[in-house]
Every structure is written in structure tokens, then in C-alpha cells.
Write a protein that binds this ligand. Structure first.
Ligand code: GLA
Length: 376
């Protein structure tokens, strides 16, 4: 077990796509430390697809593109480690990666050894161009086994987008996280869509193997590889809150070298990070709420110290009222208990007096509470 709470870090794909190089990685490593992101728990710096040459070398080994990474990967890894960060890389269970670079199919063990030699701590393992006759569970088991025999602790981050019933077999493979959704894009529709896709998969989240809702788009504002329309800060806050409340890995996807104050503040919400990282990693409960239309999403999660994390999300374009009864949380009137509600974005604290909570939410807005069980 390499990581018992959801992994946190930064990944190159959302903003940079194939435009990656060692200067970017070094600068990002510097910034992760200077901006206090490492101290907050963002510890993995991950290079996604497009880092290698299109051909393997004479010994069948993967070769870093010398134009992008002239010092070689070991030197890049050493630099990342010198900052106190962990170093992540990317490969694929198919013949090719999603962007058409060599994949690890039939090279699983040699690639795992290569990654270990370079000092890799994290491997994102994609699912493009995979064999049509070998089931995904075997392909991920192979890499899981290869990593466990490579002589180094390397976290396996599976990326088969929830396809082929990933949730049924992913825990067999040794993966510490698994993509439970398709790819994110920097639009509000994408956030809504991935949140919905996730709902039926909550029962599969748990300690040591986390449902990965994909990298964060917070702070992208429409720039970069998956940029598209972009979102506003209210929408990014809601997106971040959902990912944290659901216990997803938190992998930053914006260019942190130029992030603004608002982005830094969202990514640095310590109370949400504590909810995301709660050691019990319990499953999410979807609340029915009272007259909650389709655009209102209400969730709660029981935390390890007995508190409840409660999130109210207005995914719609109109203001809406989120209302629910404490009965839904296991706190019927006869229990003699109620909740002291503390809102993690500073939107107000209160005590529930008549067993119903009712909050007005602006369009796209959320409120997330850490609620303490107290005597009525
Ligand atoms: C897939 C993955 C993405 C990214 C790209 C790289 O689409 O889901 O997260 O890694 O491949 O090509």
C-alpha cells in the first residue's frame, strides 16, 4: 500500500498536452514548493503522454525525447525529488499511448524496470489501443505485477475511464487509483457530466484505491490542451468542492507558474483538503433533499471523527433553494441530537434548530459544511 488517502499533485496533460519539456517540469516543481502546494499535500508531479520518442531503442527500452528532455528522465526525477516532491510518469496498456507514442503492451516488465531506474514514484497507465482479445483486467494486472516486482514503490494510477466494468476488477491489480470517468474538459458541462457519471460508482471508492474523477480544471480559464470554453471562479469552486467531497484524487491541471490568487485560494482550501483526505475514506451518500430539482445535488459523507461533510451544489443557471431533513443523515428528531454547521468557504455557520436545513444558492454555487453532531 503506497497511499492510503487520495493522491494529490499536478499533471501536465490538461494544460500542456504534448508541449512538455524539462524546463516546464523544473519550473513547475519550483512553483509547487514556493506556492505552498507541496505543504498542502500536492506531492506528485506527473508527466503525462508525449514524453518519449516514437520508437524504442535497440534493447526495446522507451527513450525520452531528447529535444524535450535533453538531460534524460533520471536527471528530471532527481530534480523533482530534490524539491521534496514525488515524480510521476505515463504509459499505456495498449501498443500505443492515446497520443500515438509507444505503449507498454508486451513490454510491461522492461518498462517497469526502466521507470524504477529513473526514480519514478507514480505511473498513470492508460487504455488506448489495447488488445481487443485480452481483457483489461489482465493488462492492468500485468502492469500491477511488473511494478510490484521492479524494486521500487511505484503507485499505479489506472486510466481505463471506467470502461469494461473497471470497478469490478481494478482492486485486484494493485492500482491505488482508477479513472472512473471519461476525460475532463474545461467547461461547466464537463464538470456536471463527470459528477453525474460518478454517482453510481461511489460504493467502489475506499481506502487505498480511489475513484479518480480526472485532473482538476481549476484555474484553466479556457487555456490549454483541454481548455475549451473555460469556467468562472464560482464554477471552479464548485468543481473543486465536488471532487474533494467525493474523495477523488486531487491532481491540479492548470499552469501553476502563472496561477492567480483566486486559483491559489481554491486549491488551498485546507478544510476541503482535510475532507478529501479523511482517513476513513467512506462512501458518499446522495441525499434526496426536499423538492430538489435536477440541478440541485446534495451529498454527505461521514468522516472519521464523527463529523459529517455535507455538500449542496447548484449546477443550474438559476438561483435555487437546497433543502433537506436531518433524518436523511441518520439524525431523526428522537435521537436528541442536531448539527452545528460550519461552511468551509466562509458562507456562514449556524446550528440546525428544527431538523430541516434550507439554503439559497446562487447559480453554479455551492456550500460545503463540516457538521458536528451536538445535543439538541
Ligand atoms: C487519455 C487520458 C487522458 C490523457 C490522454 C493522453 O485521453 O484519459 O487523461 O492521459 O489520454 O493522451
Amino acid at each position: 500500500m503506497i497511499k492510503l488517502t487520495p493522491p494529490m499533485g499536478w499533471n501536465s496533460w490538461n494544460t500542456f498536452g504534448e508541449a512538455i519539456n524539462e524546463k516546464l517540469i523544473r519550473e513547475t516543481a519550483d512553483r509547487m514548493v514556493e506556492a505552498g502546494l507541496l505543504d498542502l499535500g500536492y506531492e506528485y508531479l506527473v508527466i503525462d503522454d508525449c514524453w518519449s520518442l516514437k520508437e524504442r531503442d535497440g534493447q526495446e527500452r522507451l527513450v525520452p525525447d531528447p529535444e524535450k528532455f535533453p538531460s534524460g528522465m533520471k536527471a528530471v526525477a532527481d530534480y523533482v525529488h530534490s524539491k521534496g516532491l514525488k515524480f510521476g510518469m505515463y504509459s499505456c496498456a495498449g501498443n500505443l499511448t492515446c497520443a500515438g507514442y509507444p505503449g507498454s503492451f508486451e513490454h510491461e516488465f522492461i518498462d517497469a524496470e526502466t521507470f524504477a531506474e529513473w526514480g519514478v514514484d507514480f505511473l498513470k497507465y492508460d487504455y488506448c489501443y489495447h488488445s481487443p482479445i485480452i481483457h483489461g483486467k489482465y493488462l492492468y494486472r500485468r502492469m500491477g505485477l511488473a511494478l510490484e516486482n521492479c524494486g521500487r514503490d511505484i503507485l499505479l494510477s489506472a486510466c481505463s475511464w471506467g470502461s469494461d466494468e473497471t470497478h469490478e476488477w481494478i482492486k485486484q491489480t494493485g492500482a491505488s487509483m482508477w479513472r472512473s470517468t471519461g476525460d475532463i474538459f474545461d467547461t461547466w458541462e464537463s464538470v456536471k457530466d463527470l459528477t453525474r457519471q460518478q454517482e453510481k460508482l461511489h460504493p467502489y471508492n475506499g481506502v487505498g484505491c480511489f475513484n479518480d474523477m480526472d485532473m482538476l480544471i481549476v484555474g484553466m480559464y479556457g487555456n490549454g490542451n483541454v481548455g475549451l470554453k473555460g469556467c468562472n471562479d464560482e464554477q471552479y469552486k464548485t468543481h473543486y468542492s465536488i471532487w474533494a467531497l467525493m474523495g477523488s484524487p486531487l491532481m491540479i491541471g492548470c499552469d501553476i507558474r502563472s496561477m492567480n490568487e483566486a486559483t491559489r485560494a481554491i486549491l488551498g482550501n485546507k478544510e476541503l483538503i482535510a475532507i478529501d483526505q479523511d482517513p476513513a475514506c467512506r462512501q458518499m451518500v446522495k441525499l434526496s433533499g426536499i423538492l430538489a430539482g435536477d440541478d440541485l445535488l446534495l451529498y454527505s459523507r461521514q468522516l472519521s471523527n464523527g463529523d459529517l461533510a455535507i455538500g449542496l451544489f447548484n449546477m443550474g443557471e438559476e438561483a435555487a433553494e437546497a433543502k433537506f431533513n436531518l433524518d436523511e443523515l441518520g439524525l431523526g428528531f428522537s435521537t436528541g441530537k442536531t448539527l452545528e454547521m460550519h461552511e468551509v468557504w466562509g458562507k456562514g455557520d449556524f446550528r440546525v434548530v428544527n431538523s430541516t436545513v434550507s439554503r439559497k444558492l446562487d447559480p453554479f454555487a455551492c456550500e460545503v459544511f463540516r457538521a458536528k453532531v451536538v445535543d439538541l
